[in-house]
Design a protein around this ligand. Sequence first.
Ligand code: SAH
Length: 242
Amino acid sequence: MTERGSAAFQEGIQQLRLTLNEEQYAQMLYYQQALLEWNTRFNLTAITDAEEVLLKHFLDSLSLLRVYDHPQCHLLDIGTGAGFPGLVLKIVRPDWHVTLLEATGKKVTFLQHVIDTLGLAHVVALHGRAEEFAHKQMYRGHFDLVTARAVASLASLLEYGAPYCRVGGLLIFPKKGDLAEELAQGRRAAGQVGAMLLADDTVTLPGLADGRRLLVWQQQKPCPTQFPRSGAMMAKKPLGSG
Ligand code: SAH
């Protein structure tokens, strides 16, 4: 480890054609250490190895920039956990307005700690559930980009995410493994929430050669107001099933 992280991390940053300045590297390394330290007291992530945090959390989060990279963006990260991918993207794209939404209070406390310590502006950590915040008028159709990593099936993610996305905006969901059935269901769900599959992008980066993909959807029209349904309804009758 150096003050720019490991060799594999730097190689990945280069492959993504990103340029990080010294402050951004320092912010990443602070975040990495805070995560490892807080994780000994609270269960924030299953990953406890410093190098794996760099590759499987940070680099993986940054892979979204392969398919979406604009100078300005209002980003929503649903079920961000300890900040993946949203808080990592915020460090590398400081001009973005980032909203991190997370149901578990102690994770929100961690996010706020990192945000405050790094002095990041235009980033908020909200404590709550996606299916509830989505019915607040101020968030409806508000975001250019909606993401969620390791939170739910594609059909559920589309039901959570589409209401937040502006028409013409994107929803990007990182996934791995065999998705045939999940994707078929996701496509049916997308039709119901006004979204459409745009791209299915394979991600290969150092330490991440395990079938990672980015599923990219575009919001075609405003999501009908009945979505998202309650968590109980979503579990009982998943969108696009059958
Ligand atoms: N995105 C992070 C965390 C994944 S774990 C990562 O990739 O590392 C899934 C997280 O989603 C958990 O922290 C859980 O509390 C949160 N979550 C699950 N359902 C949610 C919902 N409906 N609304 C908000 N957060 C949710």
